[in-house]
Design a protein around this ligand. Sequence first.
Ligand SMILES: Nc1ncnc2c1ncn2[C@@H]1O[C@H](COP(=O)(O)OP(=O)(O)OP(=O)(O)O)[C@@H](O)[C@H]1O
Ligand SMILES: [Mg+2]
Length: 235
Amino acid sequence: MAALLQVENLHTAYGLSKVLFGISAEIDAGECVVLLGRNGVGKSTTIKSIMGLLTPAQGRVVWKGQDITGWAPHRIARAGIGFVPEDRRVFPELSVWENLDIAARAARRPGHWTMDAVYDLFPQLASMRNRMGGYLSGGEQQMLTIARTLMGNPELLLLDEPSEGLAPLVVDMLLEKIGELKRGGLTILLAEQGLEFSLALADRVYVLEKGTVRHSGPSRELREDRALADRLLAL
Ligand SMILES: Nc1ncnc2c1ncn2[C@@H]1O[C@H](COP(=O)(O)OP(=O)(O)OP(=O)(O)O)[C@@H](O)[C@H]1O
Ligand SMILES: [Mg+2]
């Protein structure tokens, strides 16, 4: 059976500056796959190319057998791909509740994720539902951004460096929550720099380097061979 998402030979540039040089990857339903790599290797560019925020010069993005390359982001979202950007853009002047309400109104896909369901997942958000987005900590903003995206009831969740810049305890909490989403059957594509965070969640990894896939395989390989993992991330 074909993969849920197929990324084929993506070449993406910013103007004249080429960044991706033939990225290919596949994600099956129910998998958690990580794009692992250091600063500037092209993780976000890959995710944005999937989401329609950047148009690849070459290559295809195939979702459930349909070529969605060049589709507008809102159309891709409606087709079932949810995106949590690395910069966690919550509305600072709106309350937690209002941030979620906007997402609820924009959501065109019915499903499990309602305001009550995301409050169940993140009780902390429920207890601060009237707080302004601008007064949330980094971890709380990350929860809110994930919650908002879930309300679109995606089949695939693209998570761009959710742990970036967060304190260790907050990172552990996020790990737990993302694990819960995975166990609930959600398919997840994660972009990450952190090896431990990645290996704790991933079924498979693609290690990126300078806009190419340097290594791909089950995350078990890297869990059992830390020397290989270190080598792959060393450059
Ligand atoms: N808007 C942009 N204009 C020009 N170059 C860009 C732009 N965004 C990213 N780049 C460049 O593209 C390359 C890949 O960037 P990208 O953001 O995809 O990396 P990343 O793997 O997500 O890194 P990070 O871990 O820092 O988020 C980098 O060299 C970066 O400087
Ligand atoms: Mg990035």
